[in-house]
Design a binder for this molecule. Structure first.
Ligand SMILES: [Zn+2]
Length: 100
């Protein structure tokens, strides 16, 4: 068999590097997905302020998560509007803070 030329060697090296890079990218995606899942498992239904378990309370047809240790309240997206009503001063300007 003929000795591969430099160009051939370079071609295969580059191909190998690209393959490894793709593998690395896929691993990174898997790791990130796993991290997100772990994070969710670790923090779901935990108080963002003190880390205590949150309790779900149904209030005005909205499930409100409440921490009985520090008193913090967690609302899902849109729940603040449901509780407070869409129209009106404070809430409109508060929500305006997060709209781009
Ligand atoms: Zn708390």
């Amino acid at each position: 068999m003929a000795k591969p030329t430099n160009t051939e060697e370079e071609f295969f090296a580059r191909e190998e590097a690209e393959k490894l890079y793709k593998l690395h990218q896929e691993n990174l995606k898997k790791i990130k997905a796993q991290e997100a899942e772990d994070q969710q498992k670790a923090h779901a239904m935990k108080c963002g302020k003190c880390g205590y378990d949150l309790q779900t309370i149904r209030w005005r047809n909205v499930d409100v998560e409440k921490c009985f240790r520090c008193g913090a309240i967690l609302l899902d997206d849109g729940e603040l509007e449901k509780l407070a009503g869409k129209e009106g001063g404070f809430l409109a300007s508060f929500n305006g803070l997060f709209k781009s």
